[in-house]
Write a protein that binds this ligand. Structure first.
Ligand code: 5GP
Length: 190
């Protein structure tokens, strides 16, 4: 996705610990037009599959999950990272290792929100080692829903996430794949 690659090249910064900061258009300030484009691209890649829900993780996945879901006229569901009194005992939960916080955390979705009649597309902003995606897939397995695939906006292709997802026989798509960020220089997969 050329516009996304251009944006990452011009505004993305590589920080210590192999983290790409995209705070000026995805992670904190949100470019809403870019979110529309991302939503459209996701829907193009996963069209005619009978998807009934899009599932993501709070908070960065929510804007483009909503854009894709709006086009498909289906709901978007996000997994919560924090405990809320409104989340009662009837939840699916999974433990993930947060790449950016460098600690384990629990993600949760209310049981009534995803059921075995659903066909779900998982979306997220980044794929690194695949813990967040695997946690969401674990929650979907608990719900009995079908999985249409996993689509991330930015894949760090030098990490292990893709092989974990594809190793489960699940279709994986990335809108852009970064092959290297060595010395702060971002190189995209051709
Ligand atoms: P994984 O679970 O695949 O190791 O990491 C993916 C999750 O960690 C995503 O939900 C994303 O929020 C965060 N993440 C991983 N790598 C990066 C990165 O380079 N930059 C940013 N901003 N977030 C990242």
């Amino acid at each position: 996705m050329k516009i996304l690659e251009d944006r990452i090249q011009s505004e993305g910064t590589v920080t210590i610990g192999g983290i790409l900061k995209v705070d000026t258009f995805i992670n904190q300030m949100i470019d809403t037009e870019l979110m529309e484009n991302i939503g459209e691209e996701i829907v193009t890649r996963f069209s005619n599959l009978g998807i009934t829900k899009i599932v993501t993780l709070e908070s960065s996945g929510i804007p483009f999950a909503c854009e894709a879901a709006r086009r498909l006229k289906i709901p978007a569901v996000f997994a919560r990272k924090y405990e809320y009194v409104t989340l009662d005992d009837s939840i699916y939960q999974s433990r993930i290792f947060s790449y950016t916080r460098k600690k384990e955390m629990v993600i949760r979705v209310g049981k009534g929100l995803i059921t075995e009649t659903d066909k779900v597309l998982v979306v997220d902003d980044f794929l690194a080692n695949g813990s967040a995606a695997m946690g969401l897939l674990d929650i979907l397995a608990q719900s009995g829903a079908d999985v249409a695939g996993v689509c991330v906006v930015i894949e760090k292709g030098f990490q292990k996430g893709r092989e974990k997802i594809e190793g489960k026989g699940i279709r994986f798509e990335a809108l852009v794949t970064i092959d290297s960020m060595e010395n702060g220089k971002i190189e995209f997969r051709k």
